[in-house]
Ligand binder design. Structure first.
Ligand code: AMP
Length: 281
């Protein structure tokens, strides 16, 4: 694995690889890697000749500066993990490399900006779009891999590639979970032992809600999930929305569309966790 910090060096390397006919898979991350990230890399390895991973804690997507400061940065551990899977290039740019000047671009993501993560984290998706569009320009991949854990982010990236008319296939990969069901996340390592012992209620409740679908309406299911999680003194639901999996618009009846997803954000002390569940098979 070659570690590259310079954007031009990576861009030139990729140009050479592409002209020799090699396919390029790209996995953008913010590091503190776990099995969820590694599953995206494995997926890229299956579908491409070359896999490029980036690690960059992107300041523009944090609407909370404390969250940015606290975000785990453990690059040496990450490198060890990457050496155990096949990763051809690791791109670790500095802040100046990615943002030499202020990037003033704005994007129109329509309804996606005003719901769920868009509503609760103002500016977050603009920051995601800024960094992903810059990374796409540098890495110029054939395919890019994103986790369904960040369900709304996948929709944003799909819209971004359309807006920018990019010839990049966006591949979404399933959520990887801990043994007790907790969705893997770099932020999980920030939880105290006591918090960690309680957060499995989030995914447990989401999975139990699949059964509730048979007897409760959408409004009742939402209420049930929120109440069950909020009963735990460590957890506070920020939102739980049941949406059309394609448009991400709210649905009012189970029969309204076939593909329905429940998306949740929960505050655990000062740590914010997200997860989601499919109400279809
Ligand atoms: P992050 O480092 O949190 O920005 O995540 C980088 C990529 O890994 C994003 O596409 C995430 O959706 C994905 N990812 C994070 N957690 C998981 C997980 N538990 N399962 C699958 N993919 C994940």
């Amino acid at each position: 694995m070659k570690v590259v910090e310079n954007r031009n060096e990576l861009n030139n390397t990729v140009a050479d690889l592409r002209s020799s006919g090699r396919s390029i898979g790209f996995v953008p991350t913010m590091g503190a890697l776990h099995e969820g990230h590694l599953s995206l890399i494995e997926c890229s390895n299956r579908e491409n000749d070359i896999t490029i991973v980036s690690i960059f804690v992107n300041p523009t997507q944090f609407n909370d500066s404390e969250d940015y400061k606290r975000y785990p940065r453990i690059i040496q551990d990450d490198i060890k993990k990457l050496k155990r899977v096949k990763c051809d290039f690791l791109f670790t740019p500095s802040k100046d490399e990615m943002y030499p000047d202020e990037d003033k671009r704005e994007f129109d993501f329509g309804n996606l900006e005003s719901i769920m993560e868009g509503a609760h984290r103002p500016g977050h998706f603009r920051g995601v779009a800024l960094i992903v569009s810059k990374l796409f320009e540098i890495v110029n991949p054939h395919r890019a891999y994103f986790g369904e854990k960040d369900f709304q982010q996948v929709a944003i990236i799909n819209r971004l590639t359309k807006l920018l008319n990019l010839d990049i296939k966006i591949v979404s990969c399933p959520i990887m979970r801990e043994k007790d069901g907790l969705a893997m996340s770099s932020r999980n390592m920030l939880l105290s032992t006591e918090q960690r012992d309680n957060v499995s209620i989030i995914s447990e409740t989401l999975f139990d809600s699949l059964q509730k679908k048979k007897i409760l309406s959408i409004a009742e299911t939402k209420e049930w999930v929120i109440r069950k999680i909020n009963e735990n003194p460590f957890l506070e639901v920020e939102y739980f929305e049941i949406v059309d999996s394609e448009t991400l618009n709210s649905v009012n009846e189970w029969s309204q569309v076939v593909k329905i997803t429940g998306c949740i954000a929960v505050q655990v002390g000062n740590i914010r966790l997200i997860d989601n569940i499919r109400f279809y098979s």
